[in-house]
Design a protein. Structure first.
Length: 558
């Protein structure tokens, strides 16, 4: 089982090994490139690109005249000619443009390329990664083969250059009121190392008993009322909480439910995880929290603001959190309860039958390349453009530029307590995209110049991904790496378009049924002992067995 800091391992490249000249600038006509080198075209060149424009930090002319795009051009002699679409319907607009035959050369911010493949409008990038030295170096060093397999299509090729991570970061977890836990005699720092959900239940029972004794709450009050699970963001699936608990029991649930199937590593086959014994254990332990007066059943119906206000006001002592939401919780707690961040503690959430975290994917959204680029530029010009793409999305130099800006202008290197150099924004700057606040008069480098926007800096090493994290978040990840494990990625089921359509026809209503029963079991509307067989029968009536068989037939065709 993989730990969070993965060891480097060299493996053969998928489809192609490094060809002569791939990793150096020797022999490249008209431009410089290579691992550890800045891509630089001898002559000015322009490439068209789509841009996902977020309404809460919209692109401005300053991004092009004095910001991120100006600096990209200054370094590389490449100008990006942008077509911007609002982030809310970016994918739909990209699809329309591609279907109209007018696709831009470079298409970033793509999460699922499957629907673009059959039309032939995008390039099978796996045929060309041998020309991308930064991409190949990362691929080999961090052993990305099995991860790339998950996006490989039925033709044996892949069509998206993904953001590649050294290791997945478990962003979502639980945060507690450490001051109240301490007062109740609970040593959360020691307990979290190996605690189970049953341990958390016993802990919260003790905390609630203490709170009742101090008149903070009554026996009828709940001390846990979570967000990201209800009507606003839970999507009728139980959202984040069920994803976390499900992962600890080795089953998909909540946001991760998909069609309810899981992969059995020992048997090397797919099965209906949502009717398994571990799934039953998951719903049983959550029902225990509800039945015991600990977890508010409104968790699965309320909006997120309601859940957060309960925590701010001191009515609850535990909640889901992620790194971008932490500062909001600190501010809300100060306003609602007059407490500061010293009262908060980000935990390694409990284990079930495994120590697995909810996140195990090492691929993020990525870049598609339009066939128009190959047709218009020719092979040599196309390879040149790919080497620019390689620098912009896969080189440490470009990652730093697009995330932090320019050293000496927007940020500086400073010596940390451990002697290492760390990045910090210069005085007078802040950045919402980096989670670095400031005063109202400070300049936000994302709003002003487009640094730390969502179109570029994804993937890379743990050190690069975490170089903007505040100490409390860095401490959480350090503990998580010691106490938890990463679940191996599921293998690819390379279905054809017709097969995908049939799998979806069965899988969608099945997942809806699973979600409905799951929440009813947890909240006590259905009895887990008396009604479990009825639930299993309902899944079979909705073609669960056919879904499993077809999935395995496709998988074993590999």
């Amino acid at each position: 089982m993989k730990k969070f800091m993965l060891a480097a391992a060299a493996i053969p490249m998928l489809f192609f090994g490094c060809s002569k000249g791939t990793g150096s600038s020797e022999g490249a006509a008209g431009y410089t490139f290579g691992e550890g080198k800045t891509f630089r075209s001898d002559e000015p060149v322009t490439y068209t690109m789509y841009f996902s424009d977020a309404s809460w930090y919209p692109i401005t002319d300053a991004w092009k005249t004095d910001g991120v795009f100006k600096n990209i051009t200054d370094k590389t002699n490449v100008t990006l000619e942008l077509t911007t679409f609002d982030s809310g319907d970016y994918t739909d607009k990209v699809k329309l443009a591609i279907n109209a035959g007018s696709a831009a050369y470079i298409i970033p911010k793509i999460y699922d390329e499957t629907s673009f493949v059959d039309g032939g409008a995008v390039v099978a990038v796996s045929d060309y990664v041998r020309y991308m030295p930064n991409y190949e170096a990362f691929f080999k060093k961090y052993n990305m083969q099995k991860d790339i397999d998950t996006i490989t299509q039925s033709d044996g090729k892949y069509y998206r250059l993904p953001g590649m991570l050294e290791a997945p970061l478990q962003d979502y977890t639980l945060m507690i009121r450490k001051d109240i836990f301490d007062a109740a005699g609970i040593d959360i720092v020691e307990l979290e190392k190996n605690w189970t959900w049953d341990d958390l239940y016993d802990t919260l029972v003790a905390v609630k008993k203490y709170m009742v004794s101090k008149g903070v709450c009554t026996d009828k009050d709940y001390v846990w009322s979570d967000l990201w699970c209800g009507s606003q963001s839970g999507q009728g699936k139980g959202g984040n909480l069920l994803k976390l608990v499900g992962a600890s029991y080795g089953v998909p649930a909540g946001w991760a439910i998909t069609n309810g199937l899981g992969y059995d590593v020992q048997k090397d086959e797919w099965y209906c995880a949502s009717t398994s014994g571990n799934f039953k254990k998951m719903v049983a332990v959550l029902n225990k929290f509800v039945k015991g007066g600990i977890l508010d059943p409104e968790t699965f119906t309320q909006d997120d603001t309601t859940a957060m206000n309960k925590f701010y006001n001191g009515k609850t002592v535990i909640t889901s959190v992620n790194r971008s939401q932490y500062a909001t919780f600190v501010s809300g707690l100060k306003t609602g309860s007059g407490r500061d961040e010293s009262c908060l503690y980000i935990t390694c959430y409990p284990t079930g039958t495994t120590k697995y975290t909810g996140e195990n994917a090492r691929l993020e959204n990525g870049v598609m390349i339009s066939k128009n680029a190959l047709n218009a530029l020719g092979k040599d010009g196309f390879i040149k453009m790919l080497r620019f793409v390689d620098w912009l999305w896969y080189s440490p130099e470009a990652y730093q530029l697009t995330k932090w800006g320019v050293a000496g202008k927007t940020f500086e290197f400073a010596a940390a307590a451990d002697g290492k150099n760390v990045k910090q924004l210069l005085p007078g700057f802040k950045c919402g995209g980096l989670g670095i606040g400031g005063s109202e008069t400070d300049t936000d480098i994302r709003l002003k110049w487009g640094y730390a926007c969502g179109n570029f800096y994804y993937g890379h090493t743990v050190a690069e991904m975490s170089d903007n994290f505040i100490p409390v978040v860095q401490d959480y990840y350090a503990r998580l790496g010691k106490y938890r494990e990463i679940r191996p990625v599921n293998p690819k089921v390379a279905a054809t378009e017709d097969e995908k359509e049939q799998l979806n026809l069965w899988g969608t209503p099945l997942a809806d049924n699973i979600n409905a029963w799951t929440l009813q079991f947890i909240t006590g509307q259905k009895d887990i002992v008396a009604d479990w067989d009825k639930y299993v029968a309902s899944c079979r009536n909705l073609n669960a067995d056919k879904l499993v068989k077809m999935t395995n037939d496709i998988y074993k065709r590999k």
